[in-house]
Design a protein around this ligand. Structure first.
Ligand SMILES: Cc1cc2nc3c(=O)[nH]c(=O)nc-3n(C[C@H](O)[C@H](O)[C@H](O)COP(=O)(O)OP(=O)(O)OC[C@H]3O[C@@H](n4cnc5c(N)ncnc54)[C@H](O)[C@@H]3O)c2cc1C
Length: 468
C-alpha cells in the first residue's frame, strides 16, 4: 500500500499517534515542544526538519519505525550524536539512537557489546576498568557506531588497525524490517559492505567489537612556534619514515583564537604541533621522543606517560556542539611542495585564521596490512590523511571554507592520491565523493548490494549509494 505518498503532515501526525503506542521510545513531531531540540545535530551547521523523529529505546523500536517509514513512504535517517551528518533528514523519519547506550564488556573474550547510540568516552571508561581499550578516535563524544561504519582511525590505529576491522558482529535492522546478525560468518556480504560503507545498507542496533590490552601510553603534544613550521614538518616526515606500529601521530597547525578564556601563552598565538600516542613500553616511547627533544626544544612539551583512560586529552577536541566544516583527503607523501602549501594555507597570507585547523595524521601500519577485499573501506595504502576543520557559523563562512578547501586541494594536487577518508568529510562533499572513499570496485559492489537490500533507497540520508 503506497497511498501514503500523498499523505499530508496532518495525516502523518495522526498515524504517528498509533506509532507512539507501538514503541517504547518517544515519537516527536514538528510543532511539539521537544522537536527543536531533537532535530539538532552536534554539528550546529546542520539544520534539518524531519517529518517524524523517534527516540528509539530498542531494536524492536527501530523495526517498528522502519515499518512505519515504509508504509508512509518516508526515508529513514539515523543519528547518534550528529558529528557526521551527510544529508539533513528533511521530510524523513529520523531515528535518534542516543538512548540505546548500553555498554557490556566481556573481560574474558576481550570484546564489548555497544548499543547503537553509545559514545566512545563511555566505552573507554568501562573497558579501562578491565585493563582493556577500544579503538576510539580523538573525541570521546563521537558515536562508536557512526565512526566505525566510516572506518575509525584513532591513536591505536597503526598498532591494531581501524575500528571497522575489529568489529566482531553487528546486529542490524534491514530496510525491509528484519533483525539480523551480520558478521564474518553470517550475512557476509553485508559485513563486507558495512565496514567502510556507512549506514546505507542497514541500521545498526548494536555492535560487538574487539578490545585491546592497553592501559598506559606515552602520549601528548609538542608545540613549536608557527615560524618553525617548515622545519618541523620536514623533521616530522623523517620521524614517521621509521615509526614503529606502536606509534600513531599527527602534525598540525593550530591557530588559537584571541578569546579571553584562553591562557595568555596560547591566546591569539599560532603553533606547529606534533601530537601522538605510543602504546608500547613507556621507556621506548620516551626514547622515540628524543628525535624532537635532541633537535630543538619545544615551547611546550607535554608528552608523558599517562593512563589511556585520558586519551581524549591528547587532542582535546571540542566537546560542546559547534557549527563545523570538515574536509580532507589522503596524501601520497609530504613532499616539500605539499608542506609549503599546507603551511601557506594554514597560516594565511593575511595572517592565520583562528577558525581553521589543519592536521595530517599518520595511518598505515596495521590499517595497511588488511587485504583490500576484506571490507569496502578504501585507500589502505595511503599513509597520510589530511583533516581540515573550520568553524562555520554562517552560510558565508561555509562558502568561504568550501572555496578555501578547493584551493588547498588544488595546491596539493601532485601529492593527493585522489582518495578521501569518508569520516573526515561531511555534507555535500561526502555525498559527491563516496566512490573515492571505497576499495577499488567497491562502489559498484555496494550499489549491487544496495539493490538487493534497499531497492527503494529507504536509507537515503547516509553514504550516498544509489541502487544499481
Ligand atoms: C570533533 C570530531 C572528532 C573526530 N575524530 C575522529 C577520529 O579521530 N577518527 C575518525 O575516524 N573520525 C573522527 N571523526 C569523524 C567521525 O567518526 C564521523 O563524523 C562519524 O560519522 C560520527 O559518528 P556519530 O555517530 O558520532 O555521528 P552521527 O552524525 O550521529 O552519525 C554519522 C552517520 O553515521 C551513520 N550512522 C550512525 N549511527 C548509525 C546506525 N546505528 N546505523 C546506521 N547508520 C548509522 C549515519 O549515516 C549518520 O549520518 C571526528 C568528528 C568530529 C566532529
Amino acid at each position: 500500500m503506497n497511498l501514503e505518498m500523498t499523505l499530508s503532515p496532518a495525516a502523518i501526525a495522526a498515524a504517528a499517534a498509533q506509532l507512539q503506542m507501538d514503541i517504547e521510545g518517544q515519537v516527536i513531531l514538528p510543532g511539539e515542544p521537544a522537536y527543536d531540540e531533537a532535530r539538532l545535530a552536534w554539528n550546529r551547521k546542520v539544520t534539518q526538519y524531519p517529518a517524524v523523529i523517534i527516540v528509539a529505546q530498542s531494536a524492536q523500536d527501530v523495526q517498528t519505525a522502519v515499518s512505519f517509514a515504509r508504509q508512509h513512504n518516508l526515508g529513514v535517517a539515523v543519528q547518534a550524536t550528529g558529528h557526521g551528518n551527510i544529508r539533513p533528514a528533511d521530510d524523513g523519519l529520523l531515528i535518534l539512537t542516543r538512548e540505546m547506550n548500553d555498554v557490556q564488556i566481556d573481560p574474558v573474550a576481550h570484546t564489548a557489546r555497544l548499543g547503537a547510540g553509545v559514545q566512545w568516552g563511555a566505552v573507554l571508561a568501562a573497558a579501562q576498568q578491565h585493563g582493556l581499550a577500544p579503538l576510539l578516535g580523538s573525541s570521546p563524544t563521537v558515536g562508536a557506531v557512526g565512526y566505525t561504519l566510516g572506518g575509525g582511525l584513532g591513536w591505536l590505529g597503526r598498532k591494531y588497525g581501524l575500528s571497522t576491522d575489529n568489529v566482531v558482529a553487528f546486529e542490524v535492522v534491514t530496510p525491509d524490517g528484519r533483525l539480523l546478525t551480520v558478521s564474518a560468518t553470517e550475512n557476509k556480504d553485508l559485513f563486507w559492505g558495512m565496514r567502510g560503507g556507512g549506514g546505507s545498507l542497514a541500521i545498526v542496533t548494536s555492535m560487538t567489537i574487539r578490545l585491546f590490552p592497553v592501559t598506559q601510553v606515552y602520549a601528548g603534544n609538542l608545540f613549536y612556534p608557527a615560524a618553525m613550521a617548515p622545519e618541523v614538518f620536514r623533521h616530522y616526515r623523517a620521524w614517521i619514515a621509521n615509526a614503529p606500529d606502536e606509534l600513531t601521530t599527527s602534525v598540525l597547525i593550530m591557530n588559537f583564537p584571541p578569546l579571553p578564556e584562553m591562557p595568555d601563552f596560547l591566546r591569539g598565538q599560532s603553533f606547529v604541533m606534533v601530537r601522538g600516542c605510543y602504546c608500547g613500553p613507556v621507556a621506548e616511547g620516551e626514547a622515540l621522543l628524543r628525535h624532537w627533544r635532541d633537535w630543538q626544544a619545544p615551547v611546550i612539551d607535554d608528552f608523558k606517560e599517562m593512563p589511556f583512560s585520558a586519551a581524549a586529552t591528547i587532542s582535546n577536541d571540542p566537546v560542546d556542539p559547534m557549527p563545523s566544516f570538515n574536509s580532507g583527503a589522503w596524501l601520497r607523501e609530504l613532499s616539500d611542495e605539499a608542506i609549503d602549501a599546507l603551511i601557506r594555507f594554514a597560516l594565511g597570507s593575511s595572517g592565520p585564521s583562528p577558525f581553521i585547523f589543519t592536521e595530517v595524521r599518520h595511518a598505515g601500519g596495521a590499517i595497511r596490512r588488511v587485504a583490500a577485499e576484506t571490507a569496502v573501506f578504501g585507500n589502505r595504502d595511503a599513509e597520510l590523511v589530511l583533516s581540515v576543520v573550520g568553524i562555520a557559523p554562517t552560510p558565508e563562512a561555509q562558502q568561504y571554507l568550501a572555496a578555501y578547501m578547493r584551493d588547498l586541494q588544488e595546491a596539493l594536487r601532485p601529492s593527493l592520491t585522489g582518495g578521501v577518508y569518508m569520516n573526515f568529510l561531511e555534507g555535500v562533499e561526502s555525498q559527491q565523493r563516496i566512490r573515492d572513499g571505497l576499495a577499488p570496485g567497491g562502489y559498484e559492489w555496494l550499489s549491487r548490494l544496495k539493490t538487493q537490500v534497499d531497492p527503494d533507497n529507504l536509507l537515503r540520508y547516509s553514504f550516498n549509494v544509489t541502487p544499481a
